[in-house]
Write a protein that binds this ligand. Structure first.
Ligand SMILES: CC(C)(COP(=O)(O)OP(=O)(O)OC[C@H]1O[C@@H](n2cnc3c(N)ncnc32)[C@H](O)[C@@H]1OP(=O)(O)O)[C@@H](O)C(=O)NCCC(=O)NCCS
Length: 196
């Protein structure tokens, strides 16, 4: 093992679903989020929001029943997050599908495999909740995220030409889906064969 590999192996990587956040977690997440926004966005925000607004944002996310927050940690510190958004109760026809959104890792914590772990954890949870499809969309300028999602088996099914406006420029968005293997019950194949 070379020096940098040894250094990397010594880092502690973790991803967890959270239902509450400590003050320290909120401060770390706000810092990570603003760092990601400043570097390239991908979170929806274009401009950094500041600690107060981001802490309020994450507190609010925890209150929404259809939203589940996943936090990535490097050496115990929150350095990124993602949301699993479940369909509302009245959307019975699309109850099988969930959305992965707002995924990012702070620039100072990239390259350790945390995003891969984050997506895997969200997929595992979605499957355990009975969802059979996961949807996501990403600006076409987010090349790293596109490489990540495509390597994880996400299928690009369409492009929206007017997806986002970033600093006066219109940016297209790529839409992806992936079928999930259920932990138990019918196979994903049955879901597809049975589609009306
Ligand atoms: C996309 C992002 C989440 C990746 O985070 P990360 O923790 O560095 O990613 P990982 O270390 O888990 O790498 C996962 C895969 O991403 C791709 N990837 C990571 N860094 C890359 C780079 N510099 N160039 C190309 N591909 C890269 C690779 O496919 C990599 O897999 P591999 O290591 O097996 O080759 C991060 O770059 C980010 O937050 N970007 C801005 C926000 C964004 O685009 N969010 C997604 C849309 S909502």
């Amino acid at each position: 093992m070379n020096g940098s590999a040894a250094l990397q192996a010594a880092r502690e990587l973790a991803v967890e679903r959270v239902e509450r956040l400590s003050e320290a977690d909120l401060a770390d997440l706000a810092e990570a989020t603003d760092a990601a926004i400043i570097e390239s966005g991908g979170f929806g925000w274009v401009e950094p929001q500041g600690r107060g607004a981001l802490e309020r944002h994450f507190r609010g996310v925890l209150l929404v029943p259809e939203r589940e927050l996943f936090v990535a940690r490097l050496d115990g510190h929150a350095v990124g997050s993602a949301l699993l958004v479940r369909p509302p109760r009245n959307n019975e026809a699309q109850a099988f599908a969930a959305t992965l959104t707002h995924a990012y890792i702070a620039p100072y914590a990239r390259g350790f495999g945390l995003a891969r772990m984050l997506v895997a954890k969200v997929e595992e949870r979605a499957a355990a909740l009975g969802h059979r499809v996961i949807n996501l969309d990403v600006r076409e300028t987010q090349a790293t995220a596109i490489a990540l999602f495509e390597s994880l088996g996400y299928q690009h099914w369409g492009t929206h030409p007017f997806y986002a406006r970033v600093r006066g420029q219109t940016v297209a968005g790529r839409f992806y889906m992936k079928t999930l293997e259920p932990g138990r019950g019918r196979s994903t194949g049955a879901l597809i064969d049975g589609a009306a």
